[in-house]
Design a protein around this ligand. Structure first.
Ligand code: SAM
Length: 431
């Protein structure tokens, strides 16, 4: 970090050259891989094989400002395992990109130089109302936040989810056993990003036990709770009870002004408590505008763990090995927060350019199946260097397992010509 020249931000050797990588012209192209595609002609989904820097530059030509959601799980900076970024910097050419020897025990420069141009391109691909979700661990979250603050602007940080990825104790840590990691979320423009929401839990739905002619509801006290620094005078007034007595606000203020109260009188409920005192409630509807109420997600997530991800991957891709695949449920829940376009026929493009075994593709396919959405995935996964595992092949294996499961559930064919079960694979070919 430097404050040189009064500018606050993260600096490292090779940053300038790395930033330039984002704007270099791209001379590679993509070629169809028919044997790894299903009905490629009409396929809404894309699987792109090759180095994501080249592919992101290519995507920019067609998809600048067009991607709705990006989820990525970049290789974590272990400080020692430089497999991916070493390979990139050797291949990508520009000398000094790896940052050189900074003299520190752990050199973060190669990782930063690797991510920097890719995140710049990610932002350029996003729609004005789009968002980027990045999985990251405790060792790199501070660096990632600085990078994203610089590229997206600090005001566009939508929040950070703490994922409890492990419930068991681990070995090899003398001080603090890491059980959590993060998903950092940035909007291209926070003001334009629609509100996130998710379904209520069954226990929450159970709370809507009362019912009237407008359907199920639950009572919420009209008196506002929580600490008040300065109560608003227009929210403090007496309310007339059904028996004509006046009820004064039992807390610092009501939630509604007098005007709102008059306009929404039918939503009020007066109940006498055990002491015989009137309590004023409002009716919170389970179906406020015809569809089931949803809630705003919170920053703590513990619905699935890493071992669920491993178990799921083993079931779908029998015999295959991959370290810590993400559970698709995690990504499905995150992607589900983003509302579909108002016009349900309009596609929402979901990009993952560190696709690995493709839990993001699984999440998109299954979400579409469950809500008839028209999300289109774009997976990007590198091709293997000699002697390395073909991780893209694992992704295809997962996708094909998911597709055959979906096919069994129903025709799989979404309406209006959207063929959720078709995808096209293209491979990067060099100049
Ligand atoms: C942490 S893993 C992602 C795992 C994935 N979320 C899953 O659950 O299977 C990062 C992935 O990015 C891929 N990768 C690394 N560098 C890449 C590059 N330059 N271009 C494309 N893919 C790359 C790696 O091969 C690896 O599969």
């Amino acid at each position: 970090m430097s404050a040189g020249g009064g500018r606050f931000g993260l600096d490292w050797p090779g940053k300038w050259e790395a930033g330039l990588e984002a704007s270099l012209p791209e001379s590679c192209s993509l070629e169809l891989v028919p044997e790894r595609s299903i009905r490629p002609d009409q396929a809404p989904h894309l699987f792109l094989e090759g180095d994501n820097l080249h592919i992101l530059r290519l995507l920019k030509k067609e998809y600048a400002g067009a991607i709705g959601t990006i989820y990525i799980d970049p290789p974590y900076n272990t400080g020692t395992t430089m497999r991916y970024f070493d390979r990139f910097s050797r291949r990508g050419g520009s000398s000094g990109l790896a940052g050189g020897d900074t003299g520190s025990r752990r050199d973060d420069s190669p990782w930063l130089s690797f991510l920097y141009p890719r995140l710049i391109l990610a932002r350029e691909l996003l729609r004005e109302d789009g968002a980027l979700f990045v999985s990251i661990d405790d060792r790199s979250i501070h660096h990632l936040r600085y990078l994203l603050d610089e590229i997206f602007g600090p005001d566009n940080h939508a929040g950070t989810v703490v994922w409890r990825k492990k419930v068991v104790r681990g070995r090899g840590h003398r001080h603090i056993i890491p059980q959590t990691e993060y998903v950092v979320v940035y909007a291209r423009s926070l003001r334009s990003l629609p509100s996130f929401s998710e379904p209520l839990s069954p226990e929450m739905i159970d709370e809507y036990r009362l019912s009237d002619e407008r359907g199920p509801y639950k009572r919420i006290p009209l008196a506002k709770t929580g600490t008040a620094h300065s109560p608003r005078p227009n929210l403090v007034y007496p309310i007339e009870a059904p028996d004509g007595t006046l009820i004064s606000c039992p807390t610092h203020q009501w939630r509604w002004s007098k005007e709102t109260l008059m306009a929404r009188k039918s939503e009020l409920e007066f109940v006498k408590n055990r002491m015989g005192k009137w309590v004023v409630y409002t009716r919170q509807r389970l179906y406020p505008d015809g569809s089931l109420r949803r809630k705003t997600p919170v920053s703590f997530y513990d619905r699935v763990s890493t071992s669920d991800g491993t178990r799921e991957f083993r079931t779908l891709c029998q015999g295959a090995l991959f370290d810590f695949p993400k559970p698709s449920r995690l990504i499905k829940d995150l992607l589900g927060w983003v509302p579909l376009p108002v016009d349900s026929q309009e596609p929402l493009i979901v990009l993952d350019f560190f696709a690995g075994t493709c839990p993001t593709a699984q999440a998109v396919l299954e979400l579409n199946q469950s809500d008839n959405g028209h999300r289109k995935f774009i997976m990007v996964q590198d091709t293997p260097a000699e002697g390395q595992t073909d991780i893209a092949a694992l992704g295809h294996k997962r996708i094909q397992s998911v597709l055959s499961a979906l096919k069994k559930q129903n025709t799989g064919q979404n309406h209006h010509g959207f063929d959720n079960l078709a995808y096209r694979t293209m491979r990067l070919s060099g100049p």
